[in-house]
Design a protein around this ligand. Structure first.
Ligand code: F6R
Length: 343
């Protein structure tokens, strides 16, 4: 998919969220809980949905691996299999195992094997538009997962929140906006540095993960993420022995939300104070908006722009993910060879 401009794809996030606000809920069996199965840019839609479900007192688990967690056979959640391409082997295996276990499966995809499997098996299939990189289709994928949740009853309608998020993302992405200026400033600060993103359990957790993965995939740049309060019980100690290196090459971005637990807000401040001498740069970005979804998407919008700015500075094609594609090809090749050897 190299060659498609990632700036253009990324700029459609607002439009995607707006389209999601208009999506008709599908016909699916009722369920009080869900298990979202998916990898990478698809799977993270489950992490966002899980935070929103938790706000409404519901449990949504996310499975990023082969097969099915054992508890799912007992607890019988709605299984939402999300794969943008429809060809991700982990997600296909999870969906097949869920069906074999007699669970209700909903597919979210732009096509591929997952769409075929859904048609053959009679699973509801929430189609999303094709032609994007999976990570640039977050609005479509998340919108479909939320629609499955609304239809099954494990999440109240997010339509209003999706509209608010759409407007906010558009305003942050607009040329000459404060969002653009902030992203440029952050990229200036992070240029040439390994990025560490600190969020906290709750709203900023999937966003910290999204920042990390967007910087990895778009900028081909090392980045990691961690969460408070846990990191204050281990990771914070890890900044001293190699401080002669980390003081030159590490930048920490903290993501905050006005509804962070007051002790978490205090921890963020103290953690910044205690780490600032051990790394090259520490900075903070705070969410905007009213609804939980809009607040998360406001931070996503800025992180996406930062990753594109860094891609520009690194001189790489932000859309290309050649190593992921090569690895998938090698996996197919080696698996076919193994299967042939066994027959
Ligand atoms: C590529 C990307 C990857 C994919 C992942 C799973 O843009 O973000 O993380 O999302 O390899 O593939 P799909 O999403 O097609 O199931």
């Amino acid at each position: 998919m190299s060659g498609i401009d990632m700036w253009e794809m990324t700029a459609t996030l607002g439009e995607q969220l707006r389209a999601a606000a208009r999506r008709e809920p599908p016909e699916v069996p009722a369920a009080s809980t869900a298990l979202v199965c998916g990898m990478g840019g698809s799977g993270i839609s489950g992490d966002f949905a899980s935070v929103l479900a938790e706000v409404h007192g519901r449990r949504v688990a996310v499975h990023k691996g082969y097969g099915l967690p054992r508890w799912a056979r007992e607890e019988r959640p709605q299984v939402v299999a999300v794969s943008y391409s429809g060809n991700t082997e982990e997600t296909l295996e999870a969906a097949r195992e869920a069906a074999t276990a007699g669970l209700d499966v909903v597919a979210v995809t732009s096509g591929g094997e997952l769409a075929e499997l859904a048609a053959e098996s009679g699973w509801p299939c929430l189609q999303v538009p094709g032609g994007l990189q999976p990570r640039a289709a977050l609005g479509h994928l998340l919108g479909a997962v939320l629609a499955a949740g609304e239809a099954a009853g494990w999440l109240p309608s997010q339509r209003q929140a999706l509209s608010e998020a759409a407007d906010l993302v558009d305003s942050l992405h607009a040329q000459g906006s404060t969002g653009r200026a902030l992203a440029t400033d952050l990229a200036d600060a992070l240029d040439g540095r390994i990025v560490v993103v600190y969020g906290s359990v709750g709203l900023t957790a999937p966003v910290a993960q999204r920042w990390k993965t967007q910087i990895n995939e778009n900028a081909k740049w090392p980045a990691w993420w961690s969460l408070l309060p846990e990191l204050d019980h281990n990771e914070i100690v890890g900044w001293s022995s190699l401080a002669h290196l980390t003081r030159r090459v590490v930048g920490i971005v903290t993501l905050t939300d006005h509804a962070d637990h007051p002790q978490v807000a205090l921890r963020h401040r103290l953690t910044q104070r205690l780490t600032s001498g051990e790394v090259a740069w520490v900075g903070e970005v705070t969410s905007l908006g009213e609804s939980e979804l809009a607040r998360m998407m406001s931070l996503v919008a800025v992180g996406d722009l930062v990753s594109l700015e860094l891609a520009g500075r690194a001189g790489v094609d932000a859309a290309a993910v050649e190593v992921i594609e090569r690895l998938k090809q090698l996996m197919r090749h080696e698996t076919a060879r193994k299967d042939q050897g066994e027959t």
